[in-house]
Design a protein around this ligand. Structure first.
Ligand code: HEC
Length: 139
């Protein structure tokens, strides 16, 4: 019986050692492996439907940011935030420096998290982050 345990333990140790040695995927492979996020079919529907952003962010509105489908891209990409003029709302490739993303995960410099009703599901946050990482294309 003791031998069986010994064998089982050696097998576990061998498996753990093999796992520990797995070099993992090279940096950036995860982003590259995922399919391209499309601004028009993945991101705009978050603004107009899932996140209900355009309930408030449409036309003239107190935030000053219009996210209507025909205006959202040009009002976001390489445009400075009103709340944090040192930041861009979307800086292609730089999620941490994109104030739009900051407002989706925390209140930012003023006001509340967006949407004010509560944080978006992770799946949608990941889409926004991946879209920015992939270069915030107008696709
Ligand atoms: C109920 C109305 C309302 C909804 C819904 C809403 N917002 Fe806002 N948003 C505001 C207001 C008001 C401000 C300014 C005050 C604040 O930040 O709380 C603002 C500010 C912002 C800013 C900062 C703009 C800047 O120039 O710095 C961003 C970015 C933003 N919202 C994105 C979004 C996104 C994306 C959604 C949807 C996921 C969303 N908002 C949903 C009302 C709303």
């Amino acid at each position: 019986m003791r031998n069986v345990y010994r064998i089982l333990i050696s097998i576990s140790v061998a498996v753990l050692a093999a796992l520990a040695q797995d070099p993992g995927r090279p940096e950036g492979a995860e982003e590259k492996g995922k399919k391209d996020i499309s601004f028009s079919s993945d991101i705009l529907p978050i603004f107009t439907k899932a996140g209900k952003c355009t309930l408030c962010h449409r036309g003239d509105n107190p935030s000053g940011l219009d996210l209507s489908p025909d205006k959202a891209y040009k009002n976001l990409v390489k445009v400075r935030s009103r709340q944090d003029p040192e930041s861009f709302l979307v800086l292609p490739g730089e999620v941490e420096k994109s104030y739009l993303y900051q407002k989706l995960i925390e209140p930012g410099k003023e006001g509340t998290i967006m949407p004010p009703s509560g944080k978006l599901p992770d799946e949608l946050l990941d889409k926004v982050s991946l879209w920015i990482k992939q270069g915030a294309k107008d696709n």
